[in-house]
Design a protein around this ligand. Sequence first.
Ligand code: NAP
Length: 490
Amino acid sequence: MIDSGTLVLFGAKGNLARVKLIPGLFHLDACGKLPPAMKILSVGRQEVSDDAWVAEIKDMLEKKFKGNYDQLVFDRFIKRNIYHCNLPDDPDAFKKFALKLNDDKKFTKNFAFFLSVRPSDFALIVDQLAEQNLLDESQGGYRRVLIEKPFGTDLETAIELQTSIEKHLKESQIYRIDHYLGKTALQNILITRFGNSIFEPLWNNQYIDHIQITNHEQLGAGDRTTFYDATGALRDMIQSHLLQMLALTTMNRPKSFSPDAIREEKIKVLESIKAIPSASFDDFTFRAQYKSGKIDGENVPGYLEELERDGLSPSSVTETYAAIKLFIDNEKWKGVPIYLRTAKRLHEAGTYISIKFKNENSIIKNSNANWLIMSIQPKETTHFEIQTKIPGLNDFDFRTSNLECFNRLDGDESIDAYETLMLDLMSGNQSRFLHINEVKAQWKLIDPIIAHWMKNKTPVVQYPAGSCDPIESKIIFENNEQFWRKSLHE
Ligand SMILES: NC(=O)c1ccc[n+]([C@@H]2O[C@H](COP(=O)([O-])OP(=O)(O)OC[C@H]3O[C@@H](n4cnc5c(N)ncnc54)[C@H](OP(=O)(O)O)[C@@H]3O)[C@@H](O)[C@H]2O)c1
């Protein structure tokens, strides 16, 4: 249950807070999810008067809801909002901040600090909070710290950050974000697997041929070329979101649906993924970049052209398409390849997990395999392909038919991933946040691929914007029977 604590939002003037977090908190308030006495203390580094902050909130809500909100809810929301300025050049800034927060008349003793600041500021702010004795739970009340993504840029920097913050915080106080975990459709993976007794007996190498985890976007790097070129598709998507989808898809049944039990099984499976053999990188991994092409009929520039436009090196080998093959080293998954792929500027946008079942046991010659597809976005559906008889005299004429569950129906509650995660933070539920061992296991897998790709500076394969997967990406398949699904239905 959420109590009437204080959500302290560091970085309140930043982009994420303005676009997602503050409008998200407003939406939660409008849905009646925030307790009446809960406070939101927004911390920025510029001086803003109370009236100007109200005007800024109004502006954020206008952009998001286009005037479509209730004045009474707005008034209630404004009452729980307070802005605090933490001047960057004031040596006493955190002392003054602590003085404000420790005012028992305004705030209870329960504080959840959401660090929506640049990654280089995470450790520093935790140090400063600790210096003011704001992280010590022995004083009564909880003290939680949410760390935004990314948690390090490789294993070494992740360990460095962890070493720094664990001086002041226990694991139970740290909420490392991967906002995909807040998506209902990801939670649906566990419901599909463990809420239906028909799937779990088939969920192993005896019945599953391979798994594909896909995230495709039509968008390009846009105006984020500096960030993107330093990051790449592998770090941006596969290291975090796709490996988390893999963990939810392949973990063993947890003892219960408690946060600790779920995280325990996710950690186990992530730690069981085999490192890619160093001699096999070129058979297990593939990267490419989009060149100019057409998206929805519109001409769009290539990645290297965008870099050049922004004054960056047009000889970059940073990948905008990444595909890798992984194997899990346990009895259940032995020999089952798991393919992860992510790309910008592909023919369509979609995030989905596709499971191809073996069809060796089918009595029908040349039968198609069964596929189960759990679609995360844009459609939230579960799609199952089965063989059915074509009506008529020919006994064994069959076709593939689709069973489709629409997991979101008109009138269903619509809570954004960040909103879910803020509620979890306030209620102390860590199941949708990353344990440090998950973060470490993820970087351990990804670091060697990045190192291998960094060594090779020859130009990477180019695919036209708006096309399907580059044909060369097939190199990572185990056999000729395996192919990328083009979309949810093909
Ligand atoms: N989960 C995701 O997929 C996802 C998506 C977007 C962003 N993020 C992450 O979210 C974080 C925020 O992103 P953003 O785009 O909002 O960044 P941003 O626009 O740069 O905002 C960061 C804000 O933090 C402020 N700040 C720094 N130190 C502070 C302090 N001690 N007290 C108060 N404010 C402080 C900065 O102020 P100054 O301008 O004065 O420095 C700036 O306003 C980043 O870590 C980013 O990587 C994650």
